[in-house]
Design a protein around this ligand. Sequence first.
Ligand code: DGL
Length: 336
Amino acid sequence: FAAQAQDKKPNVVVIGTGGTIAGAGASSVNTAAYQSAVVPVDKIIAAVPEISKIANVRGEQIFQIGSESFNNERLIKLGKRVSELLKQGDVDGIVITHGTDTIEETAYFLNLVLKSEKPVVVVGSMRPGTALGADGALNLYDAVLVAGSKEAAGKGTLVVMNDEIHSGRDVTKSNTFKVETFRSPYGPLGYVVENKLSFYRLPARPHTTQTEFDIDQISSLPRVDIVYNYGNVSRTAYDAFVAAGAKAIIHDGTGNGSVAEQIVPVLQEVRSKGVQVIRASRTGSGVVIRNGEQPDDKFDWVVTDDQNAQKARILAELALTRTNDPKELQKIMWKY
Ligand code: DGL
């Protein structure tokens, strides 16, 4: 960015990881059937020339994958690169282009581990750039605007999609194909429209510089798995995950994290093997009440707060890098 140092535009790095925003369909009417993760990040940026009016932008391609293929190693590699860039004096903000399937995990992870006040914005699209009504170009433009803004500093990792600014903590994907798929239970933090961003509320939970987790001190994450529950659920998945070395199991229960009669002894056995048991709810909203559906105190189990199972897994993995005491784990689930 040295050559542009004298102008007033912010310097924003766009890190490409793949997804539909890097996708291409066979025809303009392919809005939901296309190839994901095929367009290089520099081409994605070049397709929105208006961006050069609001920021000095350069691109980096760290992955070219569908986000369903994100794993712990990739999360850590991305986090470390973002952390490195944030330390650079000539970087004012960062945008990460990302598949929408697991934006909610990546954004929550970064929200918990980055030690900077500078804006970091994760963005994707529901339609490829080749489609009628493509959403990626405006999403990217808005993401760069937010990442280069002073207003977005100190608000944690954000997700900008469909004119809305969401907290990486709260946002979740709620629909398989619609452009308004990203929802937060308490609504967006704000809007971006006509080159203007407006915040109407602020994150209530500690994030980035306020947390005990630091990506620069993390080289691996403990294995945490999720067991989705339904009528007729059996012990098979629990046994397989424990055998595979899971350090905690997110029990993604029906209703208020309910545990079927045949699974109560299974979870007691899981706990007796030193594996943490964390009750979540498959309902997608609300909070799991400790000692509500099950005597968590008695069984030495943990409950999520309002995090869905996939977000609870991210937090549990980070928490387990700090403690294996269920009482401490419970505090962490309720804190972040
Ligand atoms: N393969 C999906 C992903 O990368 C495509 C969905 C999208 O990016 O909108 O998450």
